[in-house]
Design a protein around this ligand. Structure first.
Ligand code: BES
Ligand code: MN
Ligand code: ZN
Length: 496
């Protein structure tokens, strides 16, 4: 998809379609008024008849209006003028993209009224235009055997109106937005694959393939013997019940020099049956998405490479499958983590924290400036926050706040949960240093408290994306979250 800006002369823009906004009860936006006067008042006439009430996310396609270079005009509802802002603008543009993708339109100019600069400045305006357009054209790479529907023709967007003085900021935003959408596609494509295709070995191969495409990336893959040499006993305890061997990926951007890197750690459980503590059947298929954190880490590294971020970033991915088996780990078994601390595995379904604790320990060798792990870690986080916010936790308030702020700017929000010392008491074990579960109460936090046992002395944050990384039901599929949040975090850290 190609992105450019436009500044004035809406009637003369050389695109197939102009996308203009209409408020509640058919009130024209400024750009719609310009179109209306160019075409001799046709829009006003149509709206006076009550044919388009301007409800949020409604669209209406008009063809061959006189006086315009564009052959089509797409009206998009902006809702009430008073409540108009960034949210309704996003909704309107997303609806317009969906409508455009169903037509033969190849190019369009966004001429929706722009939200207040305080809500969406030039840079984030450009970013949102590109991100929403490209993400809206995402299609699941399905394994259906029938004929594939034709790909949308829509491939070129002009964002505006952009005064000359703002063109550079908007263009930068457009480039970043396109890269973020591309990274989200990397995550979504991986996460949407079935567990029998997307195995730990597959993730390793994909990371290698991406490193070929993005020259700045270096990938190292630890196989089972290498993982054993790292003494990752907790990770191995999870994978021992699976016929799929584990893999541990190290993906580096920005060289392996002296700079203290940002280390991203991803939970890559390619399928989570729960193991011997087997899950209930309903919706168990969704546990193919249990590698979404790993996919987000891989995606974020491709983003760092695509934007050539002047920042050292290391991605660590712990990839395993969690299965019940004669050789599987059992409740009560004790494993020794890479840190030397022992863990009584009371519930084999609390496997994410077991692979992450060894991955987080591995992060120490990079002397990181910050460590952020991303994991579909707990159902309790979904109970606490639903599907709108990811859970943000950690041992460093500033880092957690930095991630929360990145999520606000990226429209990919996270909400902080408190990980104070008391919660760790729920992890007491009579037989090992601690247990891997802390009971039902505060489950998202006790999971984080467990990880906190392995991140002492590091600046560490944890994003629980169990409720945000994918959708169930009729819209089942990966959302690409929290890659936009991570992208904003990395772009800012890089000082861009
Ligand atoms: N992958 C799940 C968490 C999960 C649940 C993600 C629902 C997405 C939706 C994780 O491995 C798990 O099973 N967690 C357990 C922990 C419990 C046994 C302490 C859970 O949340 O039930
Ligand atoms: Mn589990
Ligand atoms: Zn899991």
């Amino acid at each position: 998809m190609r992105f450019e800006t436009w500044s004035k002369g809406i009637a003369t823009l050389e695109v197939d379609c102009l996308v203009v906004g209409v408020y509640d009860e058919g009130e024209l936006s400024e750009e719609a008024r310009a179109v209306d006067s160019a075409c001799g008042g046709r829009l006003k006439k149509l709206l006076a008849r009550g044919d388009f009430p301007g409800k949020p996310a409604e669209t209406l396609l008009l063809a061959d209006l006189p006086g315009l270079r564009a052959t089509r005009v797409l009206l998009a509802g902006l809702g009430g003028k008073k409540s108009f802002g960034r949210k309704t603008w996003r909704k309107a543009w997303a609806a317009a993209v969906a409508a455009l993708s169903r037509t033969g339109i190849e190019s369009a100019a966004v001429a929706l009224t722009r939200p207040d600069a305080k809500e969406l400045d030039d840079y984030y305006f450009g970013r949102a235009v590109a991100e929403i357009a490209a993400s809206g054209l995402y299609r699941i790479n399905d394994l259906k055997s029938g004929k594939k529907p034709k790909a949308p023709r829509f491939a070129r967007v002009l964002a505006g109106p952009v005064p000359k003085s703002a063109a550079a900021a908007v263009s930068r935003g457009l480039a970043h937005g396109a890269a973020i959408a591309e990274a989200c596609k990397v995550q979504r494509d991986l996460a949407n694959l079935p567990g029998n295709v997307c195995t730990p070995l597959f993730l390793a191969e994909e990371a290698r393939a991406l490193a070929k495409r993005y020259r700045s990336l270096r990938v190292r893959v630890l196989d089972e013997p290498a993982i054993r040499r790292e003494k990752m006993g907790c990770l191995l305890a999870v994978s021992q019940g699976s016929a799929q061997p584990p893999r541990f990926l190290v993906i580096e951007h920005g060289g392996s020099g002296a700079a203290h890197p940002v280390v991203l750690v991803g939970k890559g459980v390619t399928f989570d049956t729960g193991g011997i503590s087997l899950k209930d059947p309903p919706a168990m298929d969704e546990m193919k998405f249990d590698m979404s954190g790993a996919a987000a880490v891989i995606a974020s590294l491709t983003l760092a490479a695509a934007l050539d971020l002047p920042l050292r970033v290391v991605g660590l991915v712990a990839a395993v499958e969690n299965m019940p088996d004669g050789k599987a780990v059992k409740p009560g078994d004790i494993a020794t983590s890479a840190s030397g601390q022992t863990v009584e595995i009371l519930n084999t379904d609390a496997e994410g924290r077991l692979i992450l604790c060894d991955a987080l320990h591995y992060a120490r060798r990079f002397q990181p400036a910050a460590v952020v792990d991303i994991a579909t870690l707990t159902g309790a986080c979904v109970v606490a926050l639903g599907h709108h916010h990811s859970g943000a936790m950690g041992n460093d308030e500033e880092l957690v706040a930095e991630l929360v702020a990145a999520g606000v700017r990226a429209d990919d929000r996270a909400w902080p949960l408190p990980v104070t010392e008391e919660y760790a008491e729920q992890l007491k074990s009579n037989f090992a240093d601690f247990a891997n579960i802390g009971g039902r109460d505060g489950g998202a936090i006790t999971a984080a408290a467990f990880l906190g046992k392995f991140t002492q002395g590091l600046k560490w944050a944890h994003l629980d994306v169990a409720g945000t990384a994918y959708q169930g039901g009729a819209q089942k599929g990966s959302t690409g979250r929290p890659t936009p949040l991570l992208a904003d975090f990395l772009i800012r850290r890089a000082g861009l």
